[in-house]
Design a protein around this ligand. Structure first.
Ligand code: SF4
Length: 230
């Protein structure tokens, strides 16, 4: 989700509400979080591949392709040399075929300018064509274990429902407000990885766009959207 320019700031949740949210989310994640292969690596290339695949595709469809892609192109160098037709064939049937070419463009920039590695600082990551604010945050948080915020569709929906409840979720102003919320909520470096992974799982499993599981939700007592009937 792109990061809009800042305008008038909105009030942020007080420290006690932030801590409660973190505590409840992490407790939920310990019970329900998914064991996914990209959570067992800190290789920035592997994290990047998973993030780009997950942008438009469900986890169960991504899993076999993630392994196949990394077997075929195990490094940025291998990916940067691959013929375009080969990329599209390997990507099939994930769809939205701009994504394998975007990955190759990032790989070529990594090889040409950074010795075949991804940098860890946000400004250099954002200088890559194909890496936006969300992907940069995910790489910093998941590969380099930095205290970095993320905001994809799932995370935006959860933060909007819990802390805001009213307004236009997809507006420019709301996106800006949700980025500020995500940055405020992400905990110290030690827990940032689990917190961001937990937000994504919570959005996919507990509070999806349709049929959120409000009646058995640990956030229900303080959620501004409870009870939601989707
Ligand atoms: S109470 Fe419902 S809307 Fe609120 S976070 Fe939980 S599942 Fe989502």
């Amino acid at each position: 989700m792109p990061r809009p320019r800042r305008s008038r700031p909105h009030p942020l949740p007080p420290p006690a509400a932030r801590q409660r949210f973190r505590r409840q989310l992490l407790a939920w994640y310990r019970r329900h979080g998914r064991d996914l292969p990209w959570r067992r690596t800190d290789d920035p290339y592997h994290i990047l591949v998973s993030e780009v695949m997950l942008q438009q595709t469900q986890v169960d469809r991504v899993l076999p392709k993630y392994h196949e892609w990394l077997d075929r192109y195990p490094t940025f160098e291998a990916l940067s040399d691959a013929p375009p037709d080969d990329l599209v064939r390997t990507w099939y049937p994930l769809g939205y075929n701009i994504r394998p070419h975007r990955l190759q463009s990032i790989a070529r920039q990594a090889v040409d300018e950074h010795g075949g590695q991804l940098p860890s600082d946000p400004d250099t990551l954002l200088s890559f064509k194909g890496i936006g604010a969300y992907t940069a945050g995910a790489i910093r948080s998941f590969a380099f274990r930095q205290r970095a915020a993320i905001l994809d569709t799932n995370v935006a929906r959860v933060l909007f429902r819990v802390f805001i409840g009213k307004g236009e979720l997809k507006s420019h102003a709301m996106t800006q407000r949700l980025w500020a919320l995500s940055e405020t909520l992400v905990p110290r470096q030690k827990d940032a990885f689990d917190f961001n992974q937990a937000l994504m799982d919570f959005g996919a499993m507990q509070c999806p766009a349709r049929k959120p599981r409000c009646l058995v939700c640990p956030m229900r007592k303080h959620c501004r959207s409870y009870p939601l009937d989707c």
